[in-house]
Design a protein around this ligand. Sequence first.
Ligand code: HEC
Ligand code: HEC
Ligand code: HEC
Length: 414
Amino acid sequence: MRSFCVMSTVAVTVVLSPAFCNAGETSLVSQGRYLTQLAGCPSCHTAPGRPSFAGGYVMKLPMGTLYTPNITPDRETGIGTWSDDDFVRAMQQGVGRDGRHLYPAFPYTSYTLMTRSDILAIKAYLFSLAPVHNVPPPDSMKFPYNMRSLIGGWNRLFLSDRRFQDDSHQSAQWNRGAYLVRSVGHCGECHTPRGRLSQAMEQSKFLGGGIADGWSAYNITSDPIAGIGAWSSDDLKRYLLSGAAPGKGWAAGPMGLEVANSTRYLTEEDVLSVVTYLRTVIPVRAGDKVSRSAAAEIPRNRSPSSLDQMPGARIYDLYCANCHGSSAVPVADLYPSMRNESTVGDTPPRNLVMIILLGALDSFGSGGASMPSFARKFDDRQIADLVNYLEVQDGNPKASIGPGQVGGWRSQAP
Ligand code: HEC
Ligand code: HEC
Ligand code: HEC
């Protein structure tokens, strides 16, 4: 079994050989630490400003509110008394130690593909940490979702309790990438569309695009227009390690957190495996003729002076240009250009509205620079004006939205 330690500073990730690992950390524990990061366990099991893994992070779902449990090794309030089998059962079958069914907001529908040995490495890492005594608030799910027995029925229909199987026709690198994307990295939980009623991932459209916390988690299949088929391997690698692939995309919403907490820790070998696999994911097509990151290339027939007269132009100059520049030229490398980036080119422009409302949740990709929220500053009409101006200037000139659509997305923002 491979073992490594991953150490990170603000912008660089260094993978050290086991000889440099934290004193006293076994290779099983360091392997577990790496997998825990990739699996994003700390993002969901840590409440802002509270100790890591002690739970209490709020998850607001359409069916009610969940508070994540404490998964530190505390014997009274955490998982300190759980056996290996208890822990493996939770990760592969979504069943807690007391036999109660767990909501699939805990992404065991993907973790179920993980090997027992990887799951036990994660347990070894969690059990190497200091126990924290903390009881998160009880969940408040609406009727009938508060009946946990229903989850058992859902799991019988939608959870295939099976481990990842190598595809013998593919290389070891491809198989490693498929394993990381489909199980540990649980990329499909956000990037795969879900059935309207079942809320289960539609496996036939794997990575074909979903919604995460109100943001569009783009189609990342190999389709060159709807997906990321036109990105180079280097673009993908840069995006996953740093959060930015200039001229293609910038991770500023939920993906910004994903990069900051998980994908930036991928070792060189693993990031290449992930990219190798992503390039082969069965394309899911859509009706678009031009990809979202190339929308600025669509010819437009507006004169610069008619652009300047659009109501959104003034808003842009007053509130955005000081950071993003007055045209396609950004003020500094820290600030993304509006041109040839998924956020501005995507239709409908859901993520453009989200970033204007929320600002940048995370500033990892821009080396510490951040973007304020404009939710209180602008009403829905002003946001529609601003977006319609940006679309004509740098995005899809045919895309146009009204205040009603902005209001709908505003109500879905976290
Ligand atoms: C997207 C958010 C999310 C991620 C990522 C996540 N969890 Fe959870 N986890 C939850 C939620 C929510 C619950 C509680 C579900 C419920 O109440 O039914 C939970 C429950 C659990 C439980 C059951 C605890 C108990 O007391 O019953 C364990 C164990 C657990 N998670 C471990 C992990 C580990 C290990 C990882 C990383 C491999 C992880 N989780 C990643 C959201 C998450
Ligand atoms: C928590 C939900 C979530 C998870 C998990 C997640 N993503 Fe994303 N991803 C998003 C969202 C939302 C976006 C849109 C950009 C943003 O958030 O700023 C995105 C954007 C991307 C993009 C850019 C696509 C474009 O056209 O701009 C890539 C590539 C990507 N994700 C790859 C991955 C991979 C690979 C994984 C698994 C290792 C993953 N994502 C896991 C939510 C997620
Ligand atoms: C104080 C500086 C600042 C201001 C003002 C600002 N932004 Fe930003 N913006 C940023 C930074 C920094 C990022 C990158 C955030 C990250 O990496 O998480 C960003 C990201 C973005 C993105 C994502 C870019 C991409 O390529 O996907 C868009 C779109 C955006 N801003 C639009 C706007 C608009 C529209 C306004 C005016 C309402 C605005 N910004 C005002 C600093 C700013």
